[in-house]
Design a protein around this ligand. Structure first.
Ligand SMILES: Nc1nc2c(c(=O)[nH]1)N[C@H]1C(S)=C(S)[C@@H](COP(=O)(O)OP(=O)(O)OC[C@H]3O[C@@H](n4cnc5c(=O)[nH]c(N)nc54)[C@H](O)[C@@H]3O)O[C@H]1N2
Ligand SMILES: Nc1nc2c(c(=O)[nH]1)N[C@H]1C(S)=C(S)[C@@H](COP(=O)(O)OP(=O)(O)OC[C@H]3O[C@@H](n4cnc5c(=O)[nH]c(N)nc54)[C@H](O)[C@@H]3O)O[C@H]1N2
Ligand code: SF4
Ligand SMILES: [Mo]
Length: 674
């Protein structure tokens, strides 16, 4: 029996840069309050606003959570179900999957997954079963950040080996490029950036709160980032701020790139980007003044030429020798590998019979045909809310002959289309591990309560499916306890999971790490590849290019749909208090664009393009430049009122130049009064 009152340390496992430490206050074993861990270096006693509400709100609401397996009784999309036992659900699903594998092969079962929980086991272990089944995977990063991964692969050989934020004490400048920490990394916004001993530059079309707080904000036209990067390099060269010794020793292709800088003058840059030439010069000189940190956001590459943009921006640290020294580096994401997490062990690729993956940009079209998919399994994802071509996807998922199974903790737009809904346990209800992707931290997720109703952690659901299908591989039944022990051992935590639990969070490397300390880059040449033969062989230009996207014309606006301060991707919108904070769904435009269209604050407008349309309420602000419309992602179509749609009803799923990845911040729309 738990003591009358106790406090358990655990960790937020959501897809967020912060990886906050949490403390859960219990009385008689029941959760009384979920709050920020006062001793945690990130949360410092405070969760972000959205989690503070949601973790004490709908997440603990027995009436709202999914608690039993469900089998469809209504029409697809309607969300009418009857409860069934786990035995029935698992055996019926296994039988149907077995049948499809026999008749059509495992590749006829499609599965999609992503960021519902990012704890290591719940996010990875299901891949063991799905690989063994031979199911086709929707490549999750194609809806988020694949272009950047591919681009940094060409340049550096890796995209998951970033700077260590602890090195900031030696920095002379931080550039935050195409990220909005005030929403997507709230504690980096409120602590890490303000406490940095150096100027902060934000490069973003939107003057969000982090841009507002910065020493310099370059408010460029969306899609003009490569031109801006080339202009900054022109200035660095002119000012003699280039580290030629570093370039000679550690890069290939500088001789090819250098002549390209000559025409990228500040005046040219200003006309391409809309940023005053003096501001570009100032930014370049601040960046070139000493060791500097460059944070490349994931929003930055969610545009048509997102891969080229990331390649162009990542030239800056190469030109200034910003690696292997304190206070210097580039960050996209920090992977678990740097902390000793063996990703292959978690997903057991040796078991996999799966065919090549599908881009999420192609999901709606793919699901239209039984030749492609007779079954669709979704776990950790709500594609009806998060995927492009929303209307077409709902239509495809209405197919009677598409056998759909969805795991979630709540009823969502996606579960509404399921044949079976399987209730997943939430992060407070099982032990797991969390690896921060900004900080070099490693944390325990600790069970503080029993799963609600009959809910089970993802991993246990897949163990049961594996057994029902007669798969005998021991990897498919490995226990959480054993996996945790093995991973913690690999990370080198003395005292194992018990020690990690007691601390909540630990740093596998107690000292700040230098990025690429040995100046060995995992590219073909072992150097930074400014010119990339690999990229060329893949059909891309050999070198990053300085161009910008064409500006929208004929009265269209470029729609940016980034992270919302009050939502976590497509989660939390079902919490009444979060809903209150969100208020009406709005589209923010510049007063000049409103005037030109005869629109005023509060007007109902219809956004439309060839893919779809959506009704929103106008908000006016000069935080958004002319030519841009801003409407954050993550509202639930089923809660939108008369039309079942969110911003993804307008998203055609155009692929960026690299990685078949999302170009969602490059969508164009017309806007008119309703
Ligand atoms: N327009 C537009 N669309 C976008 C984006 C954008 O910028 N603009 N961004 C894209 C990006 S970056 C991403 S990462 C995707 C994210 O898209 P999704 O992955 O669909 O969104 P999430 O809200 O992270 O998670 C989906 C579901 O997982 C559930 N969940 C939570 N915990 C668990 C669990 O333990 N088990 C199971 N089985 N389910 C659980 C949640 O309740 C939620 O319904 O959206 C993309 N969509
Ligand atoms: N509160 C909250 N936090 C989250 C999430 C969430 O939904 N809500 N989602 C999580 C996930 S899955 C991810 S991937 C990250 C994403 O977090 P971020 O990396 O911050 O990405 P976004 O929010 O998509 O967009 C960031 C910024 O990119 C800007 N942007 C758009 N187009 C351009 C352009 O052409 N050039 C430049 N320079 N900037 C541009 C947008 O204006 C926006 O301010 O956040 C994570 N954290
Ligand atoms: S979502 Fe991010 S900021 Fe909010 S509690 Fe989780 S880790 Fe912290
Ligand atoms: Mo993402």
């Amino acid at each position: 029996m738990a003591e009358t009152k106790d406090i358990v340390k655990t960790t937020c496992p959501r897809d967020c840069y912060d990886a906050c430490g949490i403390e859960v206050l219990r009385e008689q074993g029941r959760i009384v309050s979920v709050r920020g861990d006062k001793e945690h270096f990130v949360s410092r006693g405070k969760l972000c606003g959205k989690c503070q509400i949601y973790y004490n709100g709908v997440l603990l609401d027995e009436g709202e959570r999914l608690k039993q397996p469900l089998r469809r009784v209504g029409a697809k999309g309607e969300g009418r179900f009857e409860t069934v036992s786990w035995e029935t659900a698992i055996s019926e699903i296994a039988a149907r999957f077995g049948h499809i594998v026999e008749a059509n092969g495992g590749e006829n079962i499609l599965h999609a997954h992503y960021t519902g929980t990012c704890s290591l086991i719940a996010n990875n272990f299901p891949m063991r079963f799905l690989g063994r089944l031979g199911a086709r995977e929707v490549e999750p990063d194609t809806v988020c950040n694949m272009a950047g991964h591919v681009a940094l692969g060409y340049m550096l050989g890796t995209s998951v080996h970033g700077f260590d934020p602890r090195t900031v004490k030696d920095s002379k400048c931080i550039v935050v490029w195409g990220a909005n920490p005030s929403a997507s990394a709230p504690h980096a916004h409120s602590h890490w950036l303000p406490e940095a001993p150096c100027p902060v530059i934000v490069i973003d079309p939107v003057r969000h709160p982090t841009a507002e707080a910065a020493d310099l904000h370059l408010q460029l036209h969306p899609g003009s980032d490569a031109a801006l990067a080339f202009t900054m390099m022109h200035v660095l060269k002119r000012e003699g701020m280039i580290d030629r010794e570093f370039l000679a020793a550690n890069t290939v292709g500088w001789d090819e790139l250098e002549p390209m800088l000559d025409s990228c003058t500040p005046e040219w840059g200003a006309s391409e980007t809309g940023v005053p030439a003096t501001d570009i010069e100032r930014a370049a000189k601040l960046y070139g003044a000493g060791p500097a940190l460059l944070w490349l956001g994931q929003g930055l590459q969610r545009q048509p030429m997102g891969g080229n943009v990331i390649r162009a921006c990542s030239l800056l640290p190469a030109l200034c020798g910003n690696y292997a020294k304190p206070g210097a580096g580039l960050l996209y994401l920090n992977g678990g590998g740097q902390k000793g997490v063996d990703g292959d062990y978690l997903v057991a690729p040796h078991l996999s019979n799966s065919p090549e993956t599908l881009s999420q940009m192609d999901l709606a079209a793919y699901l239209e045909s039984a030749e492609n998919a007779r079954a669709f399994l979704c776990w950790n994802i709500n594609p009806v809310a998060s995927s492009p071509e929303q209307g077409r996807l709902m239509q495809a998922m209405s197919r009677e002959d598409l056998f759909t199974v969805v795991l979630d903790i709540f009823a969502t737009d996606t579960t509404d289309f399921a044949n079976y809904v399987l209730p997943a346990a939430a992060f407070l209800e099982f032990d797991d591990l969390v690896s921060g992707y900004f900080n070099m931290s490693f944390s325990a997720q600790v069970k503080v309560a029993e799963p609600m109703g009959e809910a089970l952690p993802n991993q246990e659901i897949f163990r049961r499916l594996a057994r029902a299908m007669g798969f005998a591989e021991p990897e498919l039944q490995e226990s959480d306890e054993d996996i945790i022990a093995n991973v913690v051992k690999g990370v080198g935590i003395e005292g194992g999971f018990a020690a990690l639990k007691a601390n909540g969070t630990m740093f596998p490397n107690p000292q700040a790490q230098l990025q690429f300390a040995d100046l060995k880059f995992p590219t073909a040449s072992g150097k930074i590849e400014i010119a990339s033969a690999t990229a060329e062989a893949d059909g891309h230009p050999r070198l990053p290019q300085p161009g910008s996207d064409a500006r929208p014309c004929d009265g269209r606006l470029r729609l940016i749909t980034p992270a919302s301060e009050w939502l976590m991707n497509d989660s939390y919108a079902n919490d009444p208090k979060v809903e209150k904070q969100l208020g009406q769904a709005t589209v923010t435009i510049n007063p000049a664009d409103a005037e030109a269209r005869g629109l005023a604050e509060g007007n109902l407008v219809r956004l439309s393009n060839a893919t779809g349309s959506l009704e929103l309420t106008v908000a006016l602000s000069d935080k958004v430049p002319p030519g841009v419309a801003l409407s954050p992602k993550g509202r639930w179509p089923r809660r939108a009122g008369k039309e079942r749609a969110n911003v993804n009803s307008l998203n055609p799923g155009v692929k960026s130049d690299m990685g078949e990845s999302s170009a969602v911040h490059g969508v164009e729309v017309e806007i008119g009064a309703v």
